[in-house]
Write a protein that binds this ligand. Structure first.
Ligand SMILES: Cc1cc2nc3c(=O)[nH]c(=O)nc-3n(C[C@H](O)[C@H](O)[C@H](O)COP(=O)(O)OP(=O)(O)OC[C@H]3O[C@@H](n4cnc5c(N)ncnc54)[C@H](O)[C@@H]3O)c2cc1C
Length: 394
């Protein structure tokens, strides 16, 4: 789809392109193109984030008072599309896109002053401590307990699937502070330093062969109450607010379009005359156009920093299915070549093969990891339930 850009927008796009040409190092492009994880290793992307911070562009979706850019929705969209096109990797969505807006909306002045500048600069890396064994879709059943003791909470329990906790220094977590009344009414939202005594982080290796998830254990961890966001037992509201940003707070179409362009190249070079694949590719292109419209309507309807609302569930539903289709079609296009497996990770550091061979080696771990798109951030069934209730009134 081609948009008609104004002269100002074109000038802006050219400025973004110049910046990316200078600041996206070849090593990051390679890592972005060959990573088999969901997220490019923050050790790689942090340098680019710092360059963005120096330019004042590291948190474009934030209000200007907190360091946002003040861009129009079209400019924000152009920026995301160009970053994707240039293979620039996002550094820490859990910080800038998830917990940042929550701190702006519910945080104390002290929390805003402490945490927001450190997210902007890339000094902090945040992880998300929501899920527990047995508490994923049914998040309100969570059991990690926080008991009030003077100026601290004493936390005991376990989180699971904690993405990049091993690369993070901070965690936002839901804990149980009361067992009275409705389950949702006994939950509190805490900001926790991951170097506190009593915290243990253990790796989980995903089915694609990568270490991206972890288990996080709390054994009598004293967390200062100064890290509580919102009131005690009122964390459910905070948690749900954050989930809207997780599901629909970033522009996805740019990234998906960049993957679609690579997929089209793969199909055009390997099997341009396969009518079934070409038809599936065309259908996918139409699905991406439709998703882009939802993306744009969310972006243009909301001020920087504001929550996207329940439409975020529709966006999450569509982008997760579309990204899975991209990986399925890539597997089909590569055929038997896609079935090679190397254990070493990350591929971008271990491989030294011609580019097209390298690309096919990443396909199967990506396909396997991609099964999780429709699980993370709330499963497809959960998003469908939310949409049925909130948008269709069922
Ligand atoms: C890649 C990835 C990254 C993740 N990162 C994090 C992270 O950083 N931090 C974190 O806290 N969590 C993280 N998670 C966990 C994620 O939020 C949970 O996996 C997810 O919420 C599903 O929970 P579950 O795995 O316990 O599955 P379950 O809730 O046990 O679901 C099992 C199946 O039952 C279905 N189901 C459950 N309830 C219903 C219902 N009411 N109606 C219809 N169907 C239903 C589900 O759709 C699913 O198919 C991550 C997960 C993935 C895959």
């Amino acid at each position: 789809m081609d948009f008609q850009l104004t002269a100002d927008d074109t000038a802006f796009r050219n400025e973004v392109r110049r910046f990316l040409d200078e600041q996206v190092p070849p090593a990051m492009r390679r890592a972005n193109d060959l990573t088999t994880c969901f997220i490019v290793d923050p050790d790689v992307s942090v340098h680019f984030h710092r360059a963005l911070a120096r330019k004042g562009w590291s948190v474009p979706s934030w209000p200007v008072e907190y360091g946002g850019t003040g861009w129009t929705p079209v400019q924000r969209y152009i920026f995301e599309v160009e970053c994707a096109r240039a293979s620039a990797a996002a550094y820490n969505n859990a910080g800038a896109q998830f917990v940042g807006p929550v701190i702006m909306r519910f945080g104390t002045p002290q929390q805003k002053e402490t945490y927001l500048p450190r997210i902007r600069s890339g000094e902090d890396h945040w992880a998300q401590g929501y899920s527990e064994p047995g508490s994923g879709s049914d998040l309100a059943s969570l059991k990690t307990k926080a008991v009030s003791d003077g100026d601290d909470y004493v936390v005991n329990g376990q989180k699971i699937w904690t993405t990049l906790a091993h690369k993070s220094n901070r965690l936002f977590a839901l804990v149980r502070t009361s067992s009275e009344g409705k389950r949702q009414e006994g939950i509190t939202f805490l900001l926790i330093d991951l170097d506190l005594p009593g915290i243990t982080i253990r790796p989980i290796i995903g089915n694609g062969g990568d270490h991206e998830f972890n288990e996080v254990f709390f054994d009598t961890v004293r967390v200062p109450k100064a890290g509580r966001v919102g009131e005690e037992n009122k964390g459910w509201e905070v948690a749900k607010y954050l989930l809207e940003f997780e599901r629909g707070g970033s522009v996805m179409a740019g990234r998906v379009r960049a993957q679609f362009a690579k997929l089209s190249r793969l199909i055009n070079t390997r099997c341009p005359n396969d009518p079934e694949l070409v038809m599936r590719l065309a259908e996918l292109g139409t699905d991406i156009d439709a998703m882009e419209m939802i993306d744009l309507s969310v972006l243009s309807a909301h001020q920087a920093g504001a929550n996207p609302g329940p439409i975020s569930s529709l966006l999450k539903l569509r982008w997760s299915e579309i990204r899975q289709t991209v990986s399925e079609l890539a597997m089909d296009a590569a055929g038997e070549e896609a079935l090679r497996w190397v254990d070493e990770r990350p591929l971008y550091e271990t491989l030294q093969l011609p580019p097209d061979e390298e690309e096919t080696l990443a396909l199967i771990p990506r396909y396997l990891n991609g099964r999780a798109f429709t699980i993370m951030g709330g499963t497809t069934e959960v998003q469908t339930n939310i949409l049925a209730k909130s948008l269709l009134g069922l």
